[in-house]
Design a protein. Structure first.
Length: 282
């Protein structure tokens, strides 16, 4: 209902709240039965007591109840999943431990593997392949090696490059070379052997340092040793930025060494006037 502008409002109880009030109309003293969702511009808000709870509070209460219900549901699902896992764990039998091989079978298995490997194999790898405790592998390999030596076989079992491998004995090297080479020379040149010796005893070392020790340029020889897998790069020198070189695992394998500590001492091979030579080169 709309009243004309300037007409006084009669003192009568309002049956329904007016949806819209004209501009400038005084608000009648009345007690609203329902909270008005929207007030017109300029209307004073009457002191009224809301009969219904705020929608925001109701939504918050509903959200809290929903969260609690969700947590209870999640707990129930987790309990159900745990119960299923527990049931499935009880139903699944535990795997049977791998039976231990007797000494004879373990010895034969190790010998068979060592005959086909093309590089030294570690004790841990052998234990994993045979599914045996690692503490049994080392003593058995030592026993096999001692047996080969005592029997005087033409080959022996040695530690090399952190593993184990079968090698021909040095006293039969000439026969092996005659069979393999058959008149063909595949040995390293003297220059390559000298360069390799410098790298082995001075590593890590730069090309310029190797050339200074040998007295000749060694770039081509270094490339040959790298291509054959005997020498490799191992970073750069901090001062000059030059490449550093060291020997490889193949170097240890070819020489039958377990580590660089097994290299023979260099002193017996040095000339007697080494100090004079060193002073002359300065």
């Amino acid at each position: 209902m709309t009243l004309p502008a300037g007409e006084p409002v009669a003192d009568e109880p309002a049956a329904d709240a007016s949806p819209t009030l004209a501009v400038g109309e005084p608000v009648a003293d009345e007690q609203p039965t329902d909270a008005s969702p929207t007030h017109s511009v300029g209307e004073p808000v009457a002191d009224e007591q809301g009969t219904d709870a705020s929608p925001t509070l109701a939504v918050g209460a509903a959200g809290a109840d929903g969260q609690a219900a969700g947590e209870r549901a999640g707990t129930a699902v987790g309990d159900a999943g745990g119960a299923r896992r527990q049931r499935s764990g009880r139903a699944r039998p535990a795997p049977e431990p791998t039976p231990l091989l007797d000494d004879t079978e373990l010895r034969g298995a190790l010998e068979a593997i060592l005959l086909v490997v093309d590089e030294p194999v570690s004790e841990l790898t052998l234990a994993q392949v045979l599914e045996q405790p690692p503490e049994r592998i080392g003593p058995m390999l030592d026993d096999i090696a001692a047996g080969y030596t005592a029997a005087g076989h033409g080959f022996d079992l040695r530690r090399a490059a952190g593993g184990w491998r079968l090698y021909t004995r040095p006293e039969y090297a000439s026969y092996v070379e005659r069979f393999i080479l058959d008149g063909q020379s595949v040995r390293l040149t003297q220059a390559a052997l000298e360069t390799l010796a410098v790298v082995a005893y001075k590593q890590p070392v730069t090309r310029s340092r190797i050339s200074a020790i040998r007295g000749v340029n060694c770039d081509g020889v270094i490339r040959t040793l790298v291509s054959r897998g005997l020498v490799e790069e191992c970073g750069t020198e901090s001062d000059s930025g030059a490449y550093l070189y060291r020997t490889t695992t193949m170097f240890l394998e070819k020489l039958g060494l377990n580590s660089l500590d097994d290299l023979p001492p260099l002193a017996p091979f040095l000339p007697d006037d080494v100090e004079e030579l060193a002073d002359a080169s300065r």
